[in-house]
Design a protein around this ligand. Sequence first.
Ligand code: A3P
Length: 308
Amino acid sequence: MEEEPLSYEEAINLAANEMCRFPLIEVQGVPLMNMIAEKWSLISAFKPDPTDLLVSTYPKAGTTWTQEIVDLLMHNGDADACKRAPTVERIPFLEIQAPPPIPSGLELLKSMKPPRVIKTHLPIQLVPQGFWENKCKVIYVARNAKDNLVSYYHFDRMNKTQPEPGPWDEYIQKFMRGKLAWGSWYDHVKGYWRAREKRNILYLFYEDMKENPRREVERIMRYLDLSVTEDVIDKIVQLTSFKVMKENPMANYTFIPKIVFDHTISAFMRKGEVGDWINHFTPTQSQMFDEDYARQMADVDIPFRTSI
Ligand code: A3P
C-alpha cells in the first residue's frame, strides 16, 4: 500500500529541531538564506506556466494578507475553500528551502497543476526569467520603509530560521545597508517600480490596502480578470481584515512549531498597522534614517506614506 504523503505540518514538526538561524550567503550581491543560495541554479531555472501568478514582496510588506485576498478572489469568497491548507501549502514560496522532509517551494509547485499562485521575496533581478518569458501576471506589494523595518525586526526575533536581529539600533543599520535576508529594501521597491509598466506588474501599497481595503481588493480583482459580486467583495474584505486573519489558523502561521516561530516573542500577526514605526524610532534614529532614505531614494519618486 502506498503511504500517504506527509502534510506540511507533519513535515515541519519532524524537522523542527533542524531549523536554526541559517546564515546568509550572497547570490549576485543579495544575501539569501544559505539553503536558498545552495539551490540557486535550480530555483532560477524554474519554468512557470503562463497562467501562474506571482505575488512578490520585500519580507513583511503584506505578503500573507495579499495571498489571502488573491486566494479568496479565486475561490469566489469561499472561506472554507481557503481553509483547505495553511498559506504555505496553498501558495508555495518559490525559493524557500528547508531540511527534509519539509518540502521546498519547488517541490510543492511540482505537485500542483497550473494555474498556481506563487509567492516570492526575490528582488526583480533574481526572479526566474521564465516569469517574463511567459508574461506571467505579477502582484507586487510595497510597504513604507520604516514600518517594514519594524515588522521585519519583530519577525526576526520570533523566526528561528532568520539570522539573529541583534539590538534595534544595529538592525536599523543592517536594513539601511541591505544586509538583511533578501537584501536591500530600497533596491527591491525600486526594481519592481521601474519595471511595472513594461512587465505589467500590479504595484500595490500596504498603506492603500489599510486605508481602503475594498478599493484594493477590487483593483486586484480587475487585474486578475475576475468578476465577483459586491457581496463577495464585502465578504473578502471582512475575511482578510487583520482581526479575522489573526484568528485564522490557516493564515496566521500558528501551525509552525514554537521552536521555529515563537509567537510568544512576537506574533506573526503582530499589529497590522500603519505608523507603528513611531513607537520604535527615537527622534535621532528617525532623522538619521530619513536623511539616508532621501539619498537612497533620490533617483525615484515612489509615493510611500508613513502615516494614513
Ligand atoms: P506587523 O508586523 O506590522 O504587524 P508578511 O505577510 O509580508 O510577512 O507581512 C506581515 C505583516 O503584515 C505583519 O505586520 C502583519 O501583522 C501584517 N498583516 C498580516 N495580515 C494583515 C491584514 N489582514 N491586515 C493588515 N496587516 C496584516
